[in-house]
Design a protein around this ligand. Structure first.
Ligand SMILES: [Zn+2]
Length: 89
């Protein structure tokens, strides 16, 4: 089974608190709380390029060697465009 992740930013969705909320207060099935609140995007103008840049910045902050870092960035750049929010862009 595929592990669940936010379909906007790729963050893993593990606990109930990780999930965003729909307008009726129910948990979102696809998006995290940083991206989606009460049925709306937290940052509606965000682009795919910005999401990838943010992902790379998060990887830069990790305590891993530069080879691992380069590999993770590559994975991030390939994975992001497949997420539901960006798939139709
Ligand atoms: Zn997210």
């Amino acid at each position: 089974m595929k592990k669940k992740m936010c379909q906007s930013c790729g963050m893993p969705l593990e606990t109930a608190e990780d999930y965003g909320t729909e307008k009726n207060g129910a948990a979102s099935a696809d998006y995290c709380q940083h991206c989606y609140q009460e049925g709306e995007w937290v940052e509606p103008d965000m682009t795919l390029a910005e999401v990838i840049k943010k992902g790379h910045e998060a990887i830069d902050a990790m305590q891993v060697n530069r080879f691992k870092r380069a590999l993770m960035k590559k994975g991030c750049s390939m994975m992001m465009p497949k997420l539901k929010r960006w798939a139709n862009v």
